[in-house]
Structure formats: C-alpha cells, structure tokens
Design a protein around this ligand. Sequence first.
Ligand SMILES: C[S@@+](CC[C@H](N)C(=O)[O-])C[C@H]1O[C@@H](n2cnc3c(N)ncnc32)[C@H](O)[C@@H]1O
Length: 209
Amino acid sequence: MIPSEIEQYCINHSSAQDEVAKELFEYTKNNIHGSNMLIGPMEASLLSFLIKFGRLKSILEFGTFTGYSALVMAEALPVDGTVTTIDINPHTTKTAREFWDKSSHGNKITQILKPGMSAIEEIHQSFDLIFIDADKNNYSHYLNWSLNHLNPKGVIVVDNTLWYGKVLKRGEDKQTDSIIAHNQTVAELEGYTKVLLPIRDGITLITKS
Ligand SMILES: C[S@@+](CC[C@H](N)C(=O)[O-])C[C@H]1O[C@@H](n2cnc3c(N)ncnc32)[C@H](O)[C@@H]1O
C-alpha cells in the first residue's frame, strides 16, 4: 500500500529482528514457494512492539508457514512466554522447526499440525495475543473463536485485511468476500476498540474496551 522505498525507510528506522529470524526470512524468500505470504520485517517489528509494550506472554497463531512470524513473536516474549502456532503444511512447518531449533527462543514455540478449525476444538485456554494469518475463507470463524479466547488486556491481530486492495469490490472471489465479511463484522463489534492499518496488505488490531 506504500512505496517500497518508504517501507524500507520505515524498516531501517525500526527495531530489527534477531539473526536467526533474518536468516529464516532470506531462506524462505530464496527457496520456498509462496514466500510472499511472509509477514516481512515491518509487520514483524509491529508485532514485537505490541508484545513488549503490552508485556504479553501467551500467543496463538493461525498460519505458521516457515515459522518467521512465530519466531519474531517468540523473540519478543519473556523467557516464560509461549507461542502456539497452527498450520496444515508438514513441509513448511518442518523448515520452521529446523530454524526454531537454531534460535535460543525456539523452545517457546509449540507447533500444531492440523487444520485451524479442528485445532481450535482442542484448545481451551485464552491468550494475550491471537494472530490470524491462515486460510482466508475461515477468517470469520477464527475471529469468533478468538473473541471468546482473548485475555482481558489482549489483542487480536489479523493480517491481509485489505487483500491487495480487493476489499473495495464485492463478488471478485470467495477469499475477497470472506475478508470483506470479516472486516464488516469487526467494524460492527461492540465493546471492542479496533483499527485497520494500511501497513503492507492491511493489518487489523482488536482489543476489548
Ligand atoms: C500467510 S501464510 C502464514 C505466514 C506466517 N504467518 C509468516 O508470516 O511467517 C498462511 C499459512 O496458512 C496455512 N493454512 C492454509 N490453510 C490452513 C488451514 N485450514 N488451517 C491451518 N493453516 C492453514 C498455509 O499452509 C500457510 O502456511
């Protein structure tokens, strides 16, 4: 949504990630199909800021991919913090584990290899931060579940809520309509404060108020 030189300037003037996370980012970009799905350093710095500012300790993530976002969130957590991350792809999650094992923060991360909808049936705790970044068609389901599993001072972060700018037009495809429906639900939520930021592909933040 912003020119790449401006985004790079923002990255250069924000806190950077640890070496293993940087290495994982480069490895994914150069070797893994679909690397455009990575959140990237700008969003990584934002997640890290939210975690540290809010003194957050427990995180649930929908959408591990090669584990970059899980690792940058783990880096921002205190030693007793935890990240539980869900994905269905055994190949990319294997890469994730290989890199996490190289990091001193990897032991904070637990991986669940299941579809998000069935994984959440077995999760009965609440979290300080819930990051939604998996299959777009289930965004509304993940959101509803997250609203019921968010700690009082917690935050829900939803990625890709501008969906390449396609959210301005209904009826393009199923994923776009799903994100439009999710965004409408968020806009109408009562008892929550929310903001949709035009950072990268759109990031929505939601907290109880
Ligand atoms: C955008 S990527 C996640 C990127 C990751 N958060 C990062 O920035 O490092 C989306 C991930 O969702 C996963 N996914 C797709 N459908 C899923 C489902 N039904 N349940 C869980 N994960 C799913 C894909 O395998 C993919 O790895």
